[in-house]
Write a protein that binds this ligand. Structure first.
Ligand code: PLP
Length: 400
């Protein structure tokens, strides 16, 4: 009998670790490696937010706080939901955690019983299925095909719902595809959900502010107010304000759920970092210029990467609506052999050969539940992206 828990045995090790480890090994050997695998903005946290954190330290905000967030921050979050999403929440309906990740984890841990099903559109953020498994639930993966813009259709959603369905996790814009559900797509899914009152919605809105062209971000409870009483609207400051390391995320939903999540947090981590909470307060209440500035930079990079990848023979890269990822198809390359002699049997082999032979680290599609694809994070400089695209092109041209 293993010393480790049976629950942990249900969870697979991160499929991205192998490629990250290999990238590190090659860099340590002195190879010139470009890593396009990190899921975080490459900018510094805006100055006024850093300043607020320093002031919080000097003001003595260095002690335990209320378990799931200080009152001022909860009020600022309510204001944010009202201002940006047209959603009316009270502070008692808001919970603050150590990143959006803890909010998702708390929600699943607080609600799932063995046999409960959670619908997860693929390709998905790698943590969703494993969090569901850790909480004792059953992930039900529904494939959002590339030809449907990586979105699931209302028919697919309807077919996936059973009496045991407890949650639908909806992430728009998405990690890893950047695909977004506009108002019409969201309304179509909401209509299905309105027919199934047992299904709750976990809206992961973490990339809300990273949207491009004329795409307008919407969240489920806003599009269909009838869903609000069974929706947890999750968001955070990590991606919107370049604050990944500060670890502040939040969620809003029915008070009974929020209380249960706080109870769990009280017996696990207690409050999220007090200093980070004051920084998040400054982020939500202060000038919002950073959002528009970073959006313009990311849109330019997106255009650079999409054009660069579509110039590579055998790569088909759709144009994403948001986030900072692209998720091209390499269906036309499967079965070929690289210049270095690697058989490209699947997207993992592609990513491995690309790393070994071209020095570019990307994450293969199988990690996100939809193959044959790969994910590039373009949260890095234009020059690095141009170099990466040139290397990928040479690699693809060498395939036979
Ligand atoms: N949801 C998605 C889709 C993400 O990509 C991430 C981070 O990569 C998170 C949630 C969690 O973000 P954080 O815990 O930094 O708020």
């Amino acid at each position: 009998m293993s010393f480790l828990s049976q629950t942990l045995a249900r969870v697979k090790p991160s499929p991205t670790i192998a490629i990250t480890t290999r990238a590190r090994e090659l860099a340590a050997e002195g190879r010139d490696i470009i890593s396009l695998s990190a899921g975080e903005p490459d900018f510094d946290t805006p100055a006024h937010i850093r300043q607020a954190a320093k002031a919080a330290i000097d003001a003595g905000h260095t002690r335990y706080t209320a378990v799931d967030g200080i009152a001022e921050l909860k009020r600022a979050i309510c204001d944010k939901f009202a201002r940006e999403n047209g959603l009316d929440y009270t502070p008692a309906q808001v919970t603050v955690g150590t990143g959006g990740k803890q909010i998702l984890y708390n929600a699943l841990m607080a609600t799932l019983n063995p046999g409960d099903e959670v619908i997860i559109p693929a390709p998905y953020w790698v943590s969703y299925p494993d969090m569901v498994l850790l909480a004792g639930g059953t992930p039900v993966v529904v494939e959002g095909a590339m030809q449907n813009g990586y979105r699931i259709t209302p028919e697919q959603l309807e077919a996936a719902i059973t009496p045991r369905t407890k949650w639908l996790i909806l992430n728009s814009p998405s990690n890893p595809t950047g695909a977004g559900y506009g108002v019409e797509h969201m309304r179509a899914l909401a209509q299905v959900l309105m027919r199934h009152p047992q299904v709750w919605v976990l809206a992961d809105d973490i990339y809300e502010h990273l949207v491009f062209d004329d795409f307008r971000f919407v969240t489920p409870a806003q599009v269909e107010p009838g869903l609000k009483s069974r929706t947890l609207t999750m968001n955070g400051v990590s991606k919107a304000y370049a604050m990944t390391g500060w670890r502040i995320g939040y969620g809003a939903g029915p008070q009974e759920l929020i209380r249960a999540m706080a109870k769990l947090q009280s017996q696990s981590t207690s409050n999220p970092c007090s200093i980070s909470q004051y920084a998040a307060l400054a982020a939500l209440q202060g000038p919002q210029d950073y959002i528009a500035e970073s959006r313009a930079v990311f849109q330019r990079r997106r255009d650079l990467v999409v054009a660069g990848l579509n110039a590579c023979p055998g790569i088909d890269c759709p144009v994403p609506q948001g986030a900072f990822y692209v998720y091209p198809s390499i269906a036309a390359l499967i079965g070929k052999t690289s210049a270095g002699g690697t058989a490209i049997a699947d997207d993992e082999a592609f990513a491995t050969a690309l790393l070994n032979e071209a020095g570019v680290a990307v994450v293969f599609g199988a990690a996100f539940g939809l193959s044959p694809h790969f994910r590039i994070s373009y949260a890095t400089s234009d020059a690095v992206l141009a170099d990466a695209c040139a290397r990928i092109k040479t690699f693809c041209e060498g395939l036979r």
